[in-house]
Design a binder for this molecule. Structure first.
Ligand SMILES: Cc1ncc(COP(=O)(O)O)c(C=O)c1O
Length: 465
């Protein structure tokens, strides 16, 4: 009955008011055919009116065919033609230009697609076998009558600190960890806490478009800085940048690893400029070759690096779980900002993640997934190199779940997206936000079983030929 209201100052009789509201709800489709109206006794009690007032309104709706009386009591909505409310309402409000100009990045899956080779997709079967479901089922019983800690429960922060120290060499204790809804949310929190708009923020070009759009939303001047085979070109970072966002373990989208000397140079630059660095370590759990390099966060002596991790690749992007490790000077403000936005991460997800990490499921899942993804990476690369036209070059990638393909200069292919409706690949040009977009593709292999790789590559090659 949440739809119904009576207004004692309205000159119309109460029965008339109820009748009008119910009739509008039915013709506008808000009350669907078959929906049961609240019993007259219940509705009368909720609205504080006489039962006969409600009964008269229902009687009129029945008489006009909007509602049918059911044998044994009760009234249900009849099947009448509807006019959706949205078509009747005006458009007095419009979003800001900044909000309206955000282009969704790699939007919805396409139903019926044979292959979804976009970079964000992971293997559902591996995730299903990970034990997450059991941890989540147990965690569902965790209830609290209280709001919980904005930065995350002490248990999950401790589990994350120990895990990221052990697995990635990040220097972290629980008090420096903040649980977030993924990496994007972590960047959002850091930007809110560190920057006064308009600030200059440097990002890699090409790079990860959602972060650029997010920072622009905050009113900052975002500057694209070129990358070379060693990572971001430090000498090209504007002197007045307050924050630099980088993906050192596996540059998104091109895939190179930032060399140690470049890391040291970037840190020295940040010290000289008094700037902060966000190290987005979004997929380094999946390394396919040599040992990982030390994270920037570990090399940092000043407390200028905020390390960001996510479970979007290692578990599932649908979980919306990530974390950051921040210098202690920032943690109270990060927690306070989180509290005024949505208070805290969902308790059940945190409890499940704690059990998943401390019970050894995460390590086991990563061991299994690493083996599966490494094999896919190898086979995909080899097959693409055989079947793709000579104009294509598959870039080296030591980590992650996608490969980038570029075209040799002067060899521009037709648009692959337009060429086929049966599969989907990531777009390299879309990751250029500041300079002439370079043609190419991003081929994700997260959701592509080894047995499907040859046929997927053939379909891709055919669309390019
Ligand atoms: C560079 C980069 N960062 C982060 C993410 C994941 O973001 P989130 O944790 O918000 O899902 C992705 C996903 O593809 C990415 O490419």
């Amino acid at each position: 009955m949440g739809e119904l209201f009576v207004d004692p100052t309205d000159p119309r009789p109460l029965t008339e008011q109820l009748y009008e509201q119910l009739r509008s709800a039915i013709v506008e489709g808000r009350l669907a055919p078959g929906a049961r109206l609240a019993p007259t006794r219940v509705a009368a009690a909720e609205l504080g009116v006489a039962r006969s007032t409600v009964a008269d309104a229902y009687g009129r709706l029945v008489a006009e065919g909007y509602v049918e009386g059911r044998r044994g009591g009760g009234s249900v909505v009849s099947a009448v033609p509807t006019t959706p409310t949205t078509m009747r309402r005006g458009a007095a409000l419009s979003p800001t230009l900044a909000a309206a100009s955000i282009e969704p990045y790699e939007p919805d899956p396409i139903p019926g697609a044979t292959f979804d080779l976009r970079p964000g997709v992971v293997d559902e079967a591996l995730f299903r076998a990970s034990g997450w479901r059991r941890c989540m089922a147990q965690a569902a019983g965790q209830v609290s009558g209280h709001y919980t800690e904005p930065a995350g429960t002490p248990e999950v922060r401790d589990a994350l600190a120990q895990w990221v120290t052990r697995s990635r060499g990040v220097v972290a204790v629980a008090e420096e960890v903040v649980v977030t809804s993924g990496a994007g949310h972590a960047v959002d929190l850091v930007a809110r806490v560190l920057l006064e708009a308009p600030a200059v923020v440097a990002v890699e070009e090409p790079g990860y478009p959602p972060v650029v759009q997010l920072l622009r939303q905050h009113g900052h001047r975002v500057v694209g800085v070129p990358v070379d085979e060693q990572g971001i070109v430090v000498d090209a970072i504007p002197r007045d940048a307050r924050l630099v966002y980088v993906t050192p373990s596996h540059q998104y989208p091109l895939g190179m690893v930032m060399t140690r000397s470049r890391r040291v140079q970037l840190l020295a630059w940040a010290t000289a400029a008094g700037a902060a660095i966000i190290e987005d370590d979004y997929d380094s759990e999946f390394r396919h070759t040599a040992r990982p390099l030390e994270p920037l966060q570990r090399l940092d002596r000043d407390g200028r690096v905020i390390y960001v991790g996510t479970f979007s690749k290692s578990l599932s992007p649908g979980l919306r779980l990530g974390f950051l490790v921040a210098p202690r000077s920032l943690v109270p403000a990060l927690a306070a900002v989180r509290q005024v936005i949505d208070w805290a991460p969902p308790l059940a997800s945190q409890a499940a993640l704690t059990a998943f990490i401390t019970g050894g499921h995460l390590d086991r899942h990563l061991r299994r997934s690493r083996i599966a993804y490494r094999e896919r990476n190898r086979l995909l690369r080899e097959t693409l190199e055989t079947v793709l036209p000579p104009a294509c070059r598959v870039l080296p990638a030591e980590a992650g779940l996608h490969l980038a393909i570029r075209w040799r200069p002067g060899e521009i292919p037709r648009d692959v997206h337009a060429a086929t409706g049966t599969f989907r690949v990531g777009s390299l040009p879309r990751t250029y936000q500041f300079s002439e977009p370079q043609p190419g593709l991003l081929v994700g292999f997260g959701g592509l079983p080894t047995t499907s790789i040859p046929s997927a590559c053939r379909v891709l090659a055919a669309s390019l030929a």
